[in-house]
Design a protein around this ligand. Structure first.
Ligand code: FAD
Length: 478
C-alpha cells in the first residue's frame, strides 16, 4: 500500500490549491478524486468572479479569506499561467431601497478591508457601462473585482503540484476511512487503498459524507443549484465590468459579466435541490434571461451558445468550515466551501498548510519547489512571425482542429501529455477550449477524439467524452 504524509480528498480549487501549497514542503502528498478528471465539481461550473469582499459578514472566515484571496489572485494566476483580468465590479441599484442596500454594502466592505469602494450616481454608472438599463439609479463600484477561469486555475494548480511531486489518483471514489496507529487507511469503491498521516477533506458537496465516513458526523452540506447562459465571444465586450444586482431579502440575484476568455455570462439562479443535480431547466434559464434584460435591456441573447449549471455546496454554519475535526484527530475539514471559495482558495491553502497541517507535521521547505507553470500557448494570439517560429519547431501547431476557437493540434497534444493529463474529449476542451466555441464541438469533436486515440495508443472506440461509460462510438458499421 502506498504511504503518504497527507492525502487530499477532492480535486476542486480548494483541494488543488492545498495540494500545491503542500508541495512547497518536504512532504509526500496525494490527491484522491472520484471523477475521471479534476475540476469536475463546483470548481467547473461557477461564475469565475474574483470577488472584492464586501458581501461576507464582518469577522467571518468568508470575509477574511475573500479579501486575502482577492489580493493574491493576480500573482497566483500569473504564476500558474492562467488568464486573470481585473475588470472591477458594479452592484447596481434600481430603487431608493437598493441605493440604501449598496451604501450598507460599502460600509461592510470597508470593515472587511476592501479598498477604494465608491458609490456612483446614474450618470457615472452609465459612463462606465453604456449598455446598462436606463432604470438604474446608481451602483457600488469595487475596482478590485476581477475574473478568472475557475477550471483553468484548478487544473493549473494541480498540474503544478504534480510537477512538484504530488500524485493524482482519479476515479478514486473514497468509500472507507479507517483510523490506524500511524494515521489513516483510505479505500476507494474499486478496492484501491492508500495510507496517510493526515487527511484534508475538500470534497465539496460530499464533504459532509467524507467527514461521516471518517467518524465526524458534524458537517451538514446542502445544495443550491445555479443555472447559466453563455453567449458567444462576439458579445464579450457588451459590458466590461461584472454587474451584480443589489442584494434583497430574496438573495443576490444574477450577474452579467464578461468571462476571461471573452464570452458573456448570464446567471446564476439559486434553487435549493436535494441532489447534486447539474441539469438546466426551461424555467431556470427563462428567469436568467428575464433578469439579465432588466440589467441590460439590449443583452444580445441571440448569441447564446450553451447553458450549464453548478451546485453550491453550503453548510449549515453559513461560513466556511476550515478546521481540524473536533472528533477525529488528523482529519482537517475544508467543508461546504461555497462562494467566494474560488476567490479565497489561495489564502485558504496558505492557512490550511501553514497553520493546520503545520501543527501536526514538521514543515521543512522544499528547496526544489518550482511554482511557475508555463502559460498555455494560444497559437491564434501569436503574431505571424511567432506562429512561423512555433510551426518550424512543431508542425502540429500549423494544423487548426477547432475552427471556432482556432485551437491547433499542437495545443491538444500538449494538453494530453502535460500534468494533469487530459484523457477525454471534455478534458481536452477544459484545457484548450477546443469545442467551446459557437459550434460547441460539432466539427472538431471527432478530430479531437482521433488525436486522443493516437496519443494514448488506444482504439478509437475506447475514447471517452468524459468519464466511465461515455465512449463516443460503439464500433465500426462498415
Ligand atoms: C453556481 C456557483 C457560482 C459560484 N460563483 C463563484 C464566484 O463567482 N466566485 C467565487 O469565488 N466562488 C464562486 N463559487 C464558489 C466556488 O465555486 C466554490 O467555493 C469552489 O469551487 C469550491 O471548491 P471545492 O474544491 O471545495 O469543491 P469542488 O470543486 O466541488 O470539488 C470537490 C471535489 O471532490 C470530489 N469528490 C466528491 N466526493 C468524493 C469522494 N467520495 N472521493 C473522492 N473525491 C470526491 C468531487 O468530484 C469534486 O471534484 C460558485 C459556486 C457555484 C456552484
Amino acid at each position: 500500500m502506498r504511504e503518504y504524509d497527507v492525502a487530499v480528498i477532492g480535486g476542486g480549487i480548494i483541494g488543488g490549491s492545498i495540494l500545491r501549497e503542500l508541495t512547497k514542503y518536504k512532504l509526500s502528498v496525494c490527491l484522491l478524486e472520484k471523477e475521471a478528471d479534476v475540476a469536475m465539481g463546483q470548481s467547473r461550473a461557477n461564475s469565475g468572479i474574483v470577488h472584492a469582499g464586501f458581501d461576507a459578514a464582518e469577522g467571518s472566515l468568508k470575509a477574511k479569506f475573500n479579501v486575502a484571496g482577492n489580493r493574491m489572485m493576480k500573482g497566483y494566476a500569473e504564476e500558474l499561467g492562467v488568464k486573470y483580468k481585473n475588470n472591477g465590479s458594479l452592484v447596481v441599484a434600481f430603487s431608493e431601497e437598493e441605493m440604501q442596500a449598496i451604501t450598507a454594502l460599502k460600509a461592510r466592505g470597508e470593515k472587511n478591508g476592501v479598498p477604494r469602494l465608491e458609490i456612483l450616481n446614474a450618470e457615472e454608472l452609465r459612463e462606465k457601462e453604456p449598455n446598462i438599463s436606463q432604470e438604474a439609479l446608481g451602483a457600488l463600484y469595487a475596482p478590485t473585482g476581477g475574473i478568472v477561469c475557475p477550471y483553468g486555475l484548478t487544473i493549473a494548480a494541480i498540474g503544478n503540484a504534480m510537477d512538484n511531486g504530488a500524485e493524482l489518483f482519479t476515479e478514486f471514489e473514497v468509500s472507507q476511512i479507517e483510523k490506524t496507529k500511524k494515521g489513516f487507511t483510505v479505500s476507494a469503491v474499486d478496492g484501491r487503498e492508500i495510507s496517510c498521516k493526515l487527511i484534508v477533506n475538500c470534497a465539496g458537496y460530499a464533504s459532509g459524507k467524507i467527514g461521516a465516513i471518517a467518524g465526524d458526523s458534524s458537517i451538514r452540506v446542502g445544495g443550491r443549484r445555479g443555472e447559466y447562459i453563455l453567449l458567444d465571444r462576439e458579445s464579450g465586450n457588451f459590458v466590461s465590468h461584472t454587474l451584480f444586482f443589489a442584494p434583497t431579502k430574496l438573495g443576490k440575484g444574477i450577474l452579467v459579466s464578461p468571462t476571461v476568455d471573452g464570452n458573456l455570462l448570464l446567471g446564476p439562479t439559486a434553487e435549493e435541490i436535494p441532489e447534486n443535480d447539474t441539469s438546466t431547466s426551461a424555467a431556470g434559464l427563462a428567469s436568467v434571461l428575464e433578469k439579465a434584460k432588466k440589467m441590460c435591456p439590449a443583452v444580445p441573447v441571440y448569441n447564446a451558445i450553451t447553458s450549464f449549471a453548478g451546485v453550491r455546496a453550503y453548510n449549515d454554519r453559513h461560513d466556511f468550515i476550515i478546521e481540524e475535526s473536533a472528533t477525529v484527530a488528523g482529519l482537517i475539514n475544508c467543508a461546504g466551501i461555497e462562494s467566494p471559495g474560488l476567490t479565497a482558495a489561495p489564502a485558504i491553502a496558505e492557512y490550511v498548510v501553514g497553520e493546520l497541517v503545520g501543527k501536526k507535521l514538521s514543515l521543512k521547505k522544499n528547496e526544489n519547489f518550482h511554482g511557475r507553470r508555463e502559460a498555455e500557448l494560444h497559437f491564434q494570439s501569436l503574431t505571424v512571425e511567432e506562429k512561423n517560429a512555433v510551426i518550424a519547431k512543431d508542425p502540429a501547431y500549423g494544423k487548426i482542429v477547432c475552427r471556432c476557437e482556432q485551437i491547433s493540434e499542437g495545443e491538444i497534444v500538449r494538453a494530453i501529455h502535460e500534468n494533469p493529463p487530459a484523457r477525454s474529449v471534455d478534458a481536452v476542451k477544459r484545457r484548450t477550449r477546443a469545442g467551446m466555441g459557437r459550434c460547441q464541438g460539432g466539427f472538431c469533436q471527432p478530430h479531437v477524439a482521433e488525436i486522443l486515440a493516437r496519443e494514448l495508443g488506444i482504439p478509437f472506440e475506447e475514447v471517452k467524452k468524459s468519464g466511465k461509460g461515455s465512449e463516443l462510438v460503439k464500433g465500426e458499421i462498415k
